[in-house]
Ligand binder design. Structure first.
Ligand SMILES: [Zn+2]
Length: 131
């Protein structure tokens, strides 16, 4: 769903819609519940979230090898782990109500799909789950 919000209707002070746009074509996806929860997690952490990937159009998702039914086709975010305490970041996102967690060496994937978790490899698993 495309969005044409006036700036005074955007109520998530630490984020801009463009941060979640498709990196390939700029397509945006508006999901207020997602933004509420992300802002909540961001407020708990108190430091910037760098969004490496947000919404992806179908073409871009295929190009980057995303799962055919990836939550990125609606909205999911990959947050850079750089400069974050991984356990704190993970706990904040859990507390904010995110349900899908993907653990990668350099980032954390979160979404509001069905409750599940996965890791990209053993190193990533160790980094996130034994910290
Ligand atoms: Zn695109």
């Amino acid at each position: 769903m495309a969005s044409k919000l006036h700036s005074d209707e955007w109520r998530w002070p630490d984020f801009k819609l463009q941060e979640f746009a498709c990196r390939h074509c700029g397509e945006t996806y508006f999901h207020s519940d997602f933004f509420d929860r992300l802002q909540w997690a961001r407020s708990i952490i108190g430091r910037p979230f760098v969004i490496l990937s947000g919404h992806r159009c179908a073409l871009h998702n295929a190009h980057v090898g995303g799962a055919p039914l990836s939550q990125h086709l609606t909205l999911a975010v990959d947050i850079s782990a750089d400069g974050h305490d991984r356990l704190s970041l993970l706990k904040a996102c859990q507390r904010a109500g995110f349900t899908g967690f993907g653990y990668y060496q350099t980032f954390l994937h979160i979404d509001l799909g069905r409750s599940r978790q996965w890791w990209s490899d053993q190193t990533a698993r160790d980094l996130w789950l034994t910290s």
